[in-house]
Design a protein around this ligand. Structure first.
Ligand code: 6LW
Length: 523
């Protein structure tokens, strides 16, 4: 009897693992646009675009397509990633990751410096090559490998163009050939080629990356075309009546992957409007199941829309480590969540001994050309609390160090500790919105503080700013500031909001010393 029970329990457990029900979208929240995914055995790897931030192209690993852990960045040195003069509309656009014959390839565009290139490695966590530059223009390049040949697609001149390349030298082996224009939506882009049942399928995005975004598909028996569009295009969009009330909008820019159990899945980008059709977290990565019968067109999640709560069978779920709330800056290597704006001046940063020391330079957060002393992490949750403990060392008048909610150079909210002209210190809350720079609150401190704690709390409609001068025993509220001015709809940019630690000084004097940084997701 006991044996029977154990046997039944084992079967139930096994069954649950195989058909675990449901997951939540987005699978990678916050600024993680333009996802591309590849399966190698039972491992999945996913990359995202990164624009002006360094290191570039975060790479994630998963066993189940639902739980993802960052394993590094593909572009982690200046020889791969020149971000000179790069802003939030520039730099690294959509990447594609592919695998062929023991080698991983990531192809992308540096729209500010150099155009299309690919890098490759045998270990996706490290060791990616220097750029192999490519001739065919257009953004969103992708690769397709077949029988020892490597094909590249991208979108010059509002069309999808194909050529054959040598991926190790970059040499273009055939003339570029226009193979599809899409179904007439604006910005045909994000092309990917797949082969199934003897058909070449060409997946693209149309409609632009805003509300009209959609995913369409065409197929041909010959890689060069002609490509016949799916009569049921688009296969994914929230632009229609079926998606109009969906809390997820802008679904598009997709990539497909087949899991080892034969199931097909789609990853795409989308965003979550808050505060009246404003989105702040940038475009995020979403997952949807796909039905793809033999010789048939693929169908995404039944009706071509996706949901926050996906009540569908998944692969057996393999959770990943949760990120610690507190970063004590006690490791020689910063966590993968941290990025810089443009190529950082590494002499301006010291970390590893339980604090982060940033040289206060005269490069302000508003500077559109140089790299300020600023370390940022993505805002990954609509509700969150970020807190830091900061002090100023060797400061001169106007030196400041603190916390910023950063959308772009002309759009950020800053809470900082500063040296006043009287030689005292003050806590200041400022917002900077294009032509407007406004000091919302100033709290003069008597003498020099030792450490103050600065806090920002995110919510759908406001960021709320707090400080503490008693070691975090109690926090005083400074103000609520409307979130919408940092939204993509208002501030622009391809990147969404990041939370930054920074230090500046008009005379280039002093340092900001940060003892720790907490980022706590809220509900
Ligand atoms: C990307 C293009 C797009 O290259 O926006 O939404 C561009 N899709 O495919 C920048 O992310």
């Amino acid at each position: 009897m006991r044996h029977c029970l154990l046997f039944a329990l084992a079967i139930v457990t096994c069954f649950n693992a195989m058909f675990a029900d449901g997951y939540k979208n987005p699978i990678i929240p916050g600024f993680h646009p333009d996802p591309s995914v590849v399966a190698v055995g039972d491992d999945f790897y996913l990359v995202n675009s990164s624009f002006c931030y360094f290191p570039g192209v975060p790479i994630y690993h998963s066993k189940d397509l639902v739980n993802w852990e960052q394993i590094g960045h593909v572009l982690d040195r200046k020889s791969q990633l020149n971000l000179e003069n790069c802003g939030v509309w520039g730099g690294i656009y959509a990447p594609t990751i592919r695998y062929d014959n023991g080698r991983f390839y990531m192809i992308t565009t540096n729209v500010t410096n150099g155009g299309n290139f690919l890098v490759h490695t045998t270990d996706p966590a490290k060791g990616w090559s220097d750029p192999v530059w490519l001739k065919q223009e257009g953004i969103d390049p992708s690769l397709y490998f077949e029988d020892g040949k490597c094909y590249m697609v991208s979108n010059p001149d509002n069309g999808i163009w194909l050529c054959e390349i040598n991926p190790l030298t970059g040499e273009q082996l055939t003339e570029s050939r226009r193979i599809w224009d899409g179904t007439g939506g604006r910005y045909p882009e994000a092309p990917h080629l797949y082969k199934k049942d003897g058909w070449y399928y060409l997946l693209i995005a149309e409609g632009g990356t805003e509300m009209g975004h959609s995913v369409t598909i065409a197929r041909s028996r010959n890689i060069n075309g002609p490509y016949i569009p799916n009569p049921s295009n688009p296969i994914l969009t929230h632009f229609n009546v079926t998606g109009q009330s969906n809390p997820i909008q802008g679904t598009g820019h997709a990539d497909l992957v087949q899991a080892p159990d034969g199931s097909w899945w789609l990853v795409c980008l989308a965003f979550r409007p808050q505060n009246g059709d404003h989105h702040l977290l940038g475009r995020e990565t979403y997952l949807a199941p796909m039905r793809w019968d033999k010789d048939a067109w693929p169908v995404v999640n039944g009706n071509g829309t996706i949901a926050l709560d996906m009540n569908v069978p998944t692969l057996p779920l393999v959770p990943v480590r949760e990120k610690a709330v507190r970063d004590k800056f006690d490791s020689k290597n910063l966590g993968y969540e941290w990025v810089w704006m443009r190529n950082p001046v590494m002499d301006n940063y010291k970390y590893g001994n339980g604090q982060l020391i940033m040289k206060a330079t005269s490069v302000t957060l508003d500077n559109q050309l140089e790299s300020p002393s600023m370390l940022l992490r993505r805002q990954e949750h609509i509700n969150f609390t970020a807190t830091t403990s900061v002090s100023l060392k060797n400061a001169s008048d106007g030196s400041e160090a603190g916390l910023t909610v950063f959308a772009s150079e002309p759009s950020h909210y800053d809470l900082y500790l500063t040296r006043t002209s009287k030689g005292n210190e003050a806590i200041v809350l400022r917002y900077r919105l294009n032509e407007i720079t406004h000091i919302e609150k100033t709290v003069e401190l008597s003498g020099k503080s030792n450490n103050v704690e600065l806090r920002v709390q995110g919510s759908p409609n406001v960021y709320t700013f707090y400080y503490s001068t008693n070691g975090g025993k109690s926090f005083e509220k400074l103000a609520d500031i409307n979130t919408r001015y940092l939204s993509t709809e208002t501030a622009g940019g391809f990147t969404g909001t990041l939370i930054g630690l920074y230090a500046t000084s008009p005379a280039g004097k002093g340092e900001g010393v940060f003892k720790w940084f907490d980022y706590e997701p809220g509900k």
